[in-house]
Design a protein around this ligand. Structure first.
Ligand SMILES: Cc1cc2nc3c(=O)[nH]c(=O)nc-3n(C[C@H](O)[C@H](O)[C@H](O)COP(=O)(O)O)c2cc1C
Ligand SMILES: CCCCC(=O)C(=O)O
Length: 367
């Protein structure tokens, strides 16, 4: 395995095609799925030379916590679908790399067990780099019970996914008849939240009726920092700041919710301008290379998230696969930083990126 795409190919070889499609797929025509990667390809890096910089370091502070890598594991559901150890394997690999893992509410291992695995694999004295992703539930008691489970597990932030008033329509899943976890797998965080509930995916309710009031309410029932995942409109970014949100994970759900929304990289400058440094902006969607991470960071993201690559690496080679994936991304980011003449992430500035040349009209480069 020499790059992220190698894991994708290896996962395809191993997985049931229905599950491979569930991972790769997006909403409707998958225009946004493709746009995420294309946006990175359209941006060029403009390196500086002879800057006399030290060997690059990748440490980053995220919500007061320390991470050794500016790459987060974005929340992805159902890790046991692709590996028998599921989220335990992922958590160990993430903790070993010092990368933040965002456990999905729809994980197939309970968040408490994920946290134990992460703690056992973290470096001495390191806090557990684990956050919890939440879909607000219409019954506030259910939401509170989930928050309690995450808090008791030692998660240090809540990531509320707000781009899912309804579940995205994957036509691949529909054609393949994939609607449920196979027998034996459950959404373990949902087990026994109410009497007689057994961790069925369908227990996760999505509703268009949530509003900013629910964020205010959530703010009042937990001490944990709250991030919103899935804000794309700058006005919503401003509202998030006003509602006491601690950070944004700029995301289009990997193109799995509303199709034809912008690539996250395209949306980044306006979101960064809207929050004006008041809270950190993270970004996911289409990050496949160290240079992708560097471009997003140069445009103002504090860190980037990866979704599908984690599933592919886990499917390809379990915990070892995810460890290798994170090592490769570390190497690629270090390499890109050095080649840009930057000693650290804070030296990545917008002047280091520019659009790909788009013909004679661009910048008057050709007369
Ligand atoms: C298989 C899969 C499952 C996902 N599950 C969740 C989830 O449970 N909650 C959530 O907020 N986002 C979920 N996402 C979206 C990811 O968190 C992330 O936004 C997206 O995958 C990033 O794009 P990338 O896959 O191109 O890296 C999922 C994505 C995939 C591919
Ligand atoms: C109810 C599970 C949601 C999983 C998800 O968010 C995704 O597949 O994109």
């Amino acid at each position: 395995m020499f790059c992220v795409k190698d894991f994708e190919a290896a996962a395809r070889e191993k997985l049931d095609p229905v599950h491979a499609d569930f991972i790769a797929g997006g909403a409707r025509d998958e225009i946004t799925v493709r746009a995420n990667e294309e946006a990175f390809a359209r941006l060029r890096l403009l390196p500086r030379v002879l800057r006399g910089r030290a060997v690059p370091g990748l440490d980053v502070t995220l919500l007061g916590g320390h991470a050794r890598l500016p790459v987060l594991l974005s929340p992805t559901a159902f890790h046991k679908l692709v590996d028998p150890e599921g989220e335990l394997a992922t958590a160990r690999a993430a903790a070993a790399a010092g990368a933040v893992m965002i456990a999905s509410m729809a994980s197939t291992v309970a968040v408490g067990e994920i946290a134990d695995a992460a703690r056992a694999a973290a470096g001495p004295g390191e806090t557990v780099p684990l956050w919890f992703q939440l879909y607000l539930q219409p019954d506030p008691e259910i939401t509170e019970a989930l928050v309690r489970r995450a808090t008791d597990a030692g998660c240090t932030a809540l990531v509320v996914t707000v781009d899912s008033p309804v579940l995205g329509a994957s036509e691949r899943n529909r054609r393949n008849g994939f609607h449920d976890l196979p027998a034996g797998l459950r959404c373990e965080n949902l087990v026994d939240l109410r009497d007689g509930e057994f961790g069925h995916v369908r227990q996760i309710a999505m509703s268009p009726e949530f509003s900013w009031e629910h964020i205010t309410w959530l703010r009042s029932v937990t001490e944990l920092p709250i991030l919103l995942k899935g804000v794309l409109h700058p006005e919503d970014a401003r509202l998030a700041v006003r509602h006491g949100v601690s950070g944004l994970l700029l995301s289009n759900h990997g193109g799995r919710q509303l199709d034809t929304v912008p690539a996250t990289l395209e949306a980044l400058p306006a979101i960064v301008a809207a929050v004006a440094g008041r809270i950190p902006v993270l970004l996911d969607g289409g990050v496949r290379r160290g240079t992708d991470a560097v471009k997003a960071l140069a445009l103002g993201a504090r860190a980037v998230g990866i979704g599908r690559p984690v599933m592919w690496a886990l499917a390809a080679d379990g915990e070892k696969g995810v460890r290798r994936l994170l090592e490769l991304l570390r190497e690629e980011i270090e390499d890109a930083l050095a080649l840009c003449g930057a000693a650290g992430l804070d030296e990545l500035t917008p002047d280091l990126v520019r659009p790909a040349w788009s013909g004679p009209l661009f910048g008057g480069a050709v007369s």
